[in-house]
Design a protein around this ligand. Structure first.
Ligand SMILES: Cc1ncc(COP(=O)(O)O)c(C=O)c1O
Ligand SMILES: N[C@@H](CCCC[NH3+])C(=O)O
Length: 416
C-alpha cells in the first residue's frame, strides 16, 4: 500500500503533490519519495513484530538518503549497515549506534575500529578470519565486540541468482556445519562477546517457505549451542521480504512476522529484522521525461532522460519495473515501446516492449524505485546523479540536489 495514485484530472500524485509539478520545479530525472508510505511500511513491520522483543534494523543499502534515514531514526529504527560509510551516514542522520548491526564479508580494520568506537550493537561475522581480526582490533581498543555469526543455511531463496545469498556457492555467511566451531572459538576469545545469530538468504523473496526453513535451521543451531553453554540472546532473520513490482504477491509483513513468531514458541529471544526493500521500494518513484520517440526497424523506442546510471535494476537483473504516464488524461496513440535511456550501452533500458501512449516531452514514472534505485546510481557517461525529493503531505522537500557537473571531476587531477 502506498500513497501514489491518479487524481480525477488524470495526474499521478503522491500524497498531496502532483508528480508533473515536482518535475517542473526540480527537473528530471527525479526521484520522489513519500514520507507517509515510508512511515506506514516501517510501522507495518514494527506492529507485525508486536509483543515479541524486537528491533527493526532498516537495511541502509536500499536507500541511504539522509532524510530517509533521519525519518526512520525518528521512528526509533535501528539500522543494518555494510560499510563504515553507511555507519557515518546513519550517525549524520541522527541514528542511534546502539541499534546498529554491521553485516558484510570484508570489514576492514578501520571499519571495525570506527564501529567499536561508536559502540554498535553487533558485528554480524561472515568468516573465521574476520573473527580473529575483530578480536585483535577490539583488544587494541580495550573493548569487547558483540558478535553474531551469519549462518549460510544453504537454502534456495527462489530469487534472481545475483540477489540470492544463502546458497553454498554464495560468498556470504559461514556454512552451518562450521558455525558451531566458530562459536566455540569465539567463546574463548577475550575481546568477543557472543550475543546473536543471523542469516540473510536473499532479496525479493515472494514465498514464506525459505524464510521458515532458514529459521528452523537457525533454531536447531541455537539449541545445539545451548547444550555447550553458549547462549544466544538475539536471532537476526535478515531482510529479503519482497514487494510487488507487478503481480508477485509476496507475503505482507504481518503474515511474515506471524509465521516467524510462531516458530519462536515461547523462547527467550529478541528478533531482529533487516528489511530494506519492503520499507522503501514502493515509497519511491523515478520520474523521467521523453526526449524523443524513435522508429527502429522493428520496434519503437521511447528515449527518456533517465538511464541505467540512474536505475540499474532492469539492466543488471533484467528486473521488470512498472512504467506509467504521469498524466493519463493525455490522448496519445498506444504503441509498444522499448523505454531506453541516453547511455551508450545496448543494455541501457528501463523497460522493454511496454504498451504506452506517449509523445515527446511527456513524463513517465517508474514505480517501486525507492529501493536500490538512487542507492545504486553512478556517474557513468558523466551523468550527474538525479535529485531526490521527499514529499510530506502538500510539501515537497528537496533532500538531495542534482549533482552539479563540476562535482563530477572535482577529485581528479591532471599531471603536473
Ligand atoms: C545482510 C543483509 N541484510 C538485509 C538486506 C536487505 O535486503 P532486502 O532489501 O531484500 O530486505 C540485505 C540485502 O539483500 C543484506 O545483504
Ligand atoms: N540490489 C538488489 C538487491 C540486493 C540486495 C543486497 N544484498 C536489487 O536491486 O534487487
Amino acid at each position: 500500500m502506498d500513497y501514489f495514485n491518479y487524481r480525477e484530472n488524470g495526474q499521478l500524485g503522491v500524497e498531496s503533490c502532483e508528480l508533473s509539478q515536482l518535475a517542473a520545479e526540480y527537473g528530471t530525472p527525479l526521484y520522489v519519495y513519500s514520507r507517509a508510505t515510508l512511515e506506514r511500511h516501517w510501522h507495518a513491520f514494527d506492529q507485525a513484530a508486536g509483543e515479541v522483543p524486537h528491533l527493526i534494523c532498516y537495511a541502509v543499502k536500499a536507500n541511504s538518503n539522509i532524510a530517509v534515514l533521519n525519518l526512520l531514526a525518528r521512528l526509533g529504527s535501528g539500522f543494518d549497515i555494510v560499510s563504515g560509510g553507511e555507519l557515518a551516514r546513519v550517525l549524520a542522520a541522527g541514528g542511534d549506534a546502539s541499534k546498529v548491526v554491521f553485516s558484510g564479508v570484508a570489514k576492514s580494520e578501520a571499519e571495525m575500529r570506527f564501529a567499536l568506537e561508536q559502540e554498535i550493537l553487533c558485528f554480524n561475522l561472515e568468516s573465521e578470519p574476520e573473527l580473529a581480526r575483530l578480536n585483535q582490533v577490539a583488544g587494541e581498543l580495550g573493548k569487547r565486540a558483540r558478535i553474531s555469526v551469519r549462518v549460510n543455511p544453504d537454502i534456495d531463496a527462489g530469487t534472481h541468482p545475483y540477489i540470492s545469498t544463502g546458497l553454498k556457492e554464495n560468498k556470504f555467511g559461514v556454512p552451518i556445519e562450521r558455525a558451531i566451531a566458530l562459536y566455540r572459538q569465539a567463546a574463548t576469545l577475550p575481546h568477543i562477546e557472543i550475543v546473536g545469530i543471523d542469516c540473510h538468504i536473499g532479496s525479493q523473496l515472494t514465498e514464506l517457505e525459505p524464510f521458515l526453513e532458514a529459521m528452523d535451521r537457525l533454531l536447531a543451531l541455537i539449541d545445539r549451542l545451548a547444550t555447550e553453554g553458549i547462549h544466544i540472546h538475539h536471532l537476526d532473520v535478515g531482510g529479503g521480504l519482497g514487494v510487488n513490482y507487478s503481480d508477485e504477491n509476496p507475503p505482507h509483513p504481518e503474515q511474515y512476522a506471524a509465521a516467524l513468531k510462531a516458530k519462536l514458541a515461547g523462547r527467550d529471544l529478541q528478533l531482529i529484522f533487516e528489511p530494506g526493500r519492503a520499507i522503501v521500494a514502493n515509497a519511491g518513484v523515478l520520474v523521467t521525461r521523453v526526449e524523443y520517440l524513435k522508429e527502429g526497424e522493428d520496434r519503437h523506442f521511447a528515449i527518456v532522460d533517465a538511464a541505467m546510471n540512474d536505475l540499474i535494476r532492469p539492466s543488471l537483473y533484467g528486473a521488470w519495473m512498472n512504467i506509467i504516464p504521469a498524466d493519463r488524461s493525455l490522448a496519445r496513440p498506444q504503441r509498444r515501446y522499448d523505454v531506453v535511456g541516453p547511455v551508450c550501452e545496448t543494455g541501457d533500458f528501463l523497460g522493454k516492449d511496454r504498451e504506452l501512449g506517449v509523445a515527446q516531452g511527456d513524463l513517465l514514472v517508474v514505480r517501486s524505485a525507492g529501493a536500490y534505485g538512487f542507492a545504486m546510481a553512478s556517474n557513468y557517461n558523466t551523468r550527474p546523479r538525479a535529485a531526490e525529493v521527499l514529499v510530506d503531505g502538500a510539501q515537497a522537500h528537496l533532500v538531495r540536489e542534482r549533482e552539479p557537473l563540476s562535482d563530477l571531476w572535482r577529485l581528479e587531477r591532471t599531471l603536473p
